[in-house]
Structures are given as structure tokens and as C-alpha cells.
Design a protein around this ligand. Sequence first.
Ligand SMILES: Cc1cc2nc3c(=O)[nH]c(=O)nc-3n(C[C@H](O)[C@H](O)[C@H](O)COP(=O)(O)O)c2cc1C
Length: 155
Amino acid sequence: MKILIVYYSRSGITKNVANILKEKLDADIEEITDNNKYSGAIGWLKGGFNASTGRLSEINPISKNPLHYDLTIIGSPVWASNIATPVATFINKNYKDLTKVAGFVTCGSGGGEKALEKMSEECEKQLEATMILTSKDIENDLDKKINTFIDKLKL
Ligand SMILES: Cc1cc2nc3c(=O)[nH]c(=O)nc-3n(C[C@H](O)[C@H](O)[C@H](O)COP(=O)(O)O)c2cc1C
């Protein structure tokens, strides 16, 4: 099965999880990058505002076409109980090219369920498998949670 992992990460947490999945699944990987900078305190506020109001922003195109993969795994940080704006923008531009989709989110403590519901809605698909990683999970339970997610993919 050909798997593509597509993720956005503002501060590296989602990126780390995406890279572990890449190694475990022997998948291709693409980082979503955004010219609309979300760094610093202003970026944090802008991110929260854009995510909670469903705004989109400009992202750079990725080089791989999800249409050429059997499964796309989308990874996002939770922003205001939603998927991060660059991920919402990626889905908005590419949802027609997504075959099967699975999703994971990283968050401080809450909002993961709502964010994954939003991801599924925006993709117009049921997600094959989902994973929510709070900062506590990442500290104590990362490998176990990732292995459970991979089992749910039924590869
Ligand atoms: C704009 C913004 C909004 C956030 N909203 C939430 C939230 O609603 N719930 C939560 O638990 N964490 C929230 N967080 C924390 C991030 O989801 C969390 O730190 C995530 O793991 C960061 O991933 P990253 O390092 O890949 O960017 C928010 C962070 C940002 C920047």
C-alpha cells in the first residue's frame, strides 16, 4: 500500500509524530508550509482566530499528488478545537484527490475530537483511523498510541 503523510507543524510536535509514522510505515512525507506566518505571539493569535472562524490562508504547493497514493495520513496541531489553518487550506485545495484518509492531531489537552470531526467533514470522507495525542500522551505513551493507530489502519 502506498502511503503519503501530509502534515503541518508550527512548533515541531506534529512534525516529530509524522516522522515516526514515516519510518514505521515506510511512507512518503510532505510538510505543508504557509507564507502566512504563525510564529510568535501575534502568529498564535492569528492562528486561533483563523482556525475558529474557518478562514483559509496561502500555502505552498506540495510536490506529491495524493491521487497517486492508496492512503493519505493527514497530521495537524489542534488550533482552537479545530484543525490548523494551513491543514484546512490543504484539504480545501486537495480533497478531490484524496483516496482514503486517516488523520491524527496533537494538542495540549483538548479539542482533538472536534478537530478530527472537522477534518473528516472537510475531506468529505470517513477517516480510516484517527489518533489524538495530548502533550501528556506524547510524554508518556507515544509509541503505544502510534502502534495502536497503525493497527487501526489494517494495512
Ligand atoms: C493558535 C493555537 C491554538 C491552539 N489551540 C489549542 C486547543 O484548542 N486545544 C489544545 O489542547 N491545544 C491547543 N493548542 C496547542 C497545540 O495544539 C499543541 O501545542 C500542538 O501539539 C502543537 O503542535 P505543533 O508543534 O506541531 O505546532 C493551540 C496552539 C496554537 C498555536
